[in-house]
Write a protein that binds this ligand. Sequence first.
Ligand SMILES: Cc1cc2nc3c(=O)[nH]c(=O)nc-3n(C[C@H](O)[C@H](O)[C@H](O)COP(=O)(O)OP(=O)(O)OC[C@H]3O[C@@H](n4cnc5c(N)ncnc54)[C@H](O)[C@@H]3O)c2cc1C
Length: 480
Amino acid sequence: MTSETPAILWFRDDLRLSDHSALHAAMETGRPVLPVFVLDDGSGGSQASGGFRASGGASRWWLHHSLAALRQSLASCGTRLILRRGDSAGTILDIARQTGATDVFTGGLVAPGARQVDRAVAAALDGTLHRMRTTTLFHPDSVRTKAGGAYSVYTPFANACLALGGPKPTLPAPKSIRGAEPIESDRLEDWNLLPAKPDWASGLRDTWTPGEAGAMERAEAFLDHGLAGYAAARDRPANDGTSMLSPHLHFGEISASQLWHMAHRRQAGPARDMFIRELLWREFCANLLWHHPELPDTPLKPEFGKMPWRDDKPGLKAWQQGQTGVPIVDAGMRQLWHLGWMHNRVRMIVASFLIKHLMIRWQDGEAWFWDTLVDADLASNAGNWQWVAGCGADAAPYFRIFNPVLQGRKFDSDGDYVRHWVPELSRLDPRHIHAPWDAPADVLNRAGVVLGKTYPKPIVDLAAGRARALAAYAVIRDRA
Ligand SMILES: Cc1cc2nc3c(=O)[nH]c(=O)nc-3n(C[C@H](O)[C@H](O)[C@H](O)COP(=O)(O)OP(=O)(O)OC[C@H]3O[C@@H](n4cnc5c(N)ncnc54)[C@H](O)[C@@H]3O)c2cc1C
């Protein structure tokens, strides 16, 4: 440790040491490095939650463990992570004043709140805020249409990214870091990021290993054993056929660039291309948020502002609790509660059910996901909710309403996913498990199912719900 003026390294959604351009740039100054993380719960912007909202409960659980892992990695490199809670801009400026630092290195984020914070720091800092790219594959401004505009359709966006030939080569993790003289730090344990009572996090503990090492282990395991079958398995929620890397990517414990290059070192083929295209969906959502800061709460298609949404608190609660009486929806919502994660196909089904069959505002669904997902990400969450609602960029048309029974039969044809998450239906055969209300009485009897008692009756008639949604859409479409 040394008392020289430090270079501040401000960690945000990039809680790792490898492929960290801001860390490398800070080290290259030749000054000792002061690594800092600020927990900002106020309107100033919680970086790790995406910008201007306090993190949800599941994200806080993850953040605690991820910071503990980062603290450990930094300690092994010979330096200490400084933790501070408060308004991010004010806190970083205070630390700069206290230590005499003139250079602050950080990962540039796409969330509007975080960008606002950056402007405030840059304006008031007696020195330079160096914003580096640590979370996305490309800088959002480097992927533009031929006319110089922003992309609003995924496929040309993805093709433009692919035409760039891939992100820069990744950077190795340093073996040691010349640490600055430590300053006062909060204790992570005092931040109370973990649930007190009731302890709802046991499913999270059993499923995830937050931190850079856990991220790398999952990535290697997926690329070695999962990638080959990805194309076939990725749409089948019972199969664990996807990488489950989304929370690690959200918290930046592994970079999208690392994954891109790791995947390219594996054998070429359609599965690998498909996986890269999924990473580009993440990139597309980040790009959308960069160009449309209103994405998290305002429909990109303005006519949707006039949609006659229903105020249905019991419906929303039944959806949140996985008690709608529609098996694939309930399975997904229970998986979400237990793991803090839900399979992508099922996210689309439950979102469509909420927005269309129940006609509840997509923002209410987005908020629930924000609180319960370990991968809750301002850009990807809002981008996908708007996509399902039909009001976003390149969105599925509103009139394409998923039939949850047909979706269940197609993507969970054996019923195993429902059987796992909705055990009260586990003795139903694949033909009836996705629509128990249509099953003959003796089939229900044999399976021990009493609708309305052991499992709810559907809270909405699917055909009537669909007709109601289409009628509402016709009204806003005609007015548009
Ligand atoms: C309503 C709704 C809300 C969503 N909210 C989020 C969210 O808050 N955070 C989040 O990371 N993803 C979100 N997604 C996208 C997607 O469901 C998850 O990224 C994916 O299920 C994560 O699982 P995985 O890592 O196994 O994905 P894989 O299939 O292994 O894909 C690899 C990576 O690509 C990215 N990716 C894949 N699909 C998408 C997509 N549709 N949009 C953006 N990125 C994608 C993710 O970073 C993912 O980790 C949402 C999707 C829907 C339909």
